[in-house]
Design a protein around this ligand. Structure first.
Ligand SMILES: C[S@@+](CC[C@H](N)C(=O)[O-])C[C@H]1O[C@@H](n2cnc3c(N)ncnc32)[C@H](O)[C@@H]1O
Length: 338
């Protein structure tokens, strides 16, 4: 059973101390291959002693035994006379399933990039250049794009049904290209252009080729703040982009977007909701927002603030659609004033 922590009468920080240490121990388990080793054929039911596990991983037996015990305490492993096995939830989410990629990503972000958090908060400027940091960590960059691409696979059917399209679409920061590919597949007359940084477009390039969409989806590597965007688009997508930037940078970018959209055309934003009814989802949104501030100078912005930027850039008819397939996220659609 996963460990559920409640503060009770003790210091509330003790719960967070435990949760942080448990998450770090889980990350060590992931990085060292503990869960995969235990899931290996024939071992998932029989179990493995800590010495056997250490031999399989090439790790120190005493350190491995202590890590295994910590992972038992936090509900990731079970211990029996036969040795250690993955718990059912570890089998579901970490040794099988794709959630280990999410945990690999977030544990790297939290334990490696949050060092300068106080400096960001003191100075008001991001102490980290998130995309520079990512590009120097190709594995983490691959996980980041993989997570976004996997999320897009899940929500694209709903999202694409809400996007107004014509003949030409521009996706700014569209990296993995999944939305452009799906929209082109659904609308035979549509041609799309995806702009993103070169490393991110390498992921999109594979997806476009696999989908047989090279003639319909063009990939432009570059900086969407300075690249010539072209004009007369029916639709511009800005999915998960504005939360990674300052308000001033967003106003400037939306002015550029407005100049690129034809009158009556649409800009469509995908963003996290500022607040959520669910306490855990709300806490995640707050931590996510802090992470955006620290790494990119951004944050999760309120719908009212985003609407103000859109109206200021010359858009109207702003409509917000909360997503059924991604609770806590909404699609914001606005039309350029004719
Ligand atoms: C959070 S991701 C969103 C990806 C995709 N739109 C989605 O919603 O799944 C933001 C994307 O913007 C790209 N990006 C960040 N800064 C950029 C810039 N200055 N020019 C072009 N792309 C940029 C990143 O590489 C990344 O792919």
């Amino acid at each position: 059973m996963p460990l559920h922590l409640e503060p009770g009468d003790g210091p509330p920080s003790f719960v967070d101390l435990l949760a942080t240490a448990g998450y770090r121990a889980m990350a060590a388990g992931l990085r060292l291959g503990v869960f995969e080793a235990l899931a290996a054929e024939g071992l998932s039911s029989a179990g493995l002693s800590s010495e056997g596990l250490a031999a399989r991983l090439g790790t120190d037996p005493r350190g491995t035994a202590l890590l295994a015990e910590a992972l038992v305490a936090f509900g990731y492993l079970e211990r029996s006379d036969d040795g250690y096995t993955n718990t059912a939830s570890t089998r579901k989410w970490l040794s099988g399933g794709g959630y280990r990629e999410v945990d690999q990503f977030w544990s790297t972000v939290l334990f490696e990039s949050w060092d300068g958090l106080e400096e960001s908060i003191r100075s008001g400027k991001p102490a980290l250049d998130f995309y520079g940091w990512l590009s120097s960590r190709p594995e983490t960059l691959g996980r980041f794009q993989g997570m976004l691409s996997g999320h897009a696979d899940g929500i694209a059917p709903e999202v694409c049904g809400l996007v107004p399209v014509g003949a030409r679409l521009l996706d700014l920061g569209g990296g993995h290209a999944k939305y452009a590919i799906r929209l082109c597949a659904e609308h035979p007359g549509l041609h799309a252009t995806v702009i993103d940084l070169p490393e991110a477009l390498a992921v999109g390039s594979g997806a476009v080729t696999d989908a047989g969409m090279c003639h319909r989806v063009a990939l432009w590597p570059g900086d969407y703040d300075s690249l010539e965007l072209g004009g007369d688009y029916d639709t511009v997508l800005l999915f998960n982009v504005v939360h990674g930037r300052t308000a001033a940078a967003n106003r400037t970018l939306l002015d550029r977007v407005a100049a690129a959209v034809r009158p009556g055309g649409a800009v469509v934003l995908l963003e996290h909701d500022e607040h959520s009814e669910d306490r855990a989802a709300d806490a995640f949104a707050r931590v996510f927002s802090l992470n955006l501030f620290h790494g990119q100078g951004g944050q999760v912005y309120s719908g009212a603030e985003i609407e103000g930027w859109l109206v200021g850039a010359g858009f109207a008819e702003v409509a917000t659609h909360p997503l059924r397939t991604s609770p806590g996220q909404s699609l914001i659609v606005a039309r350029k004033v004719v």
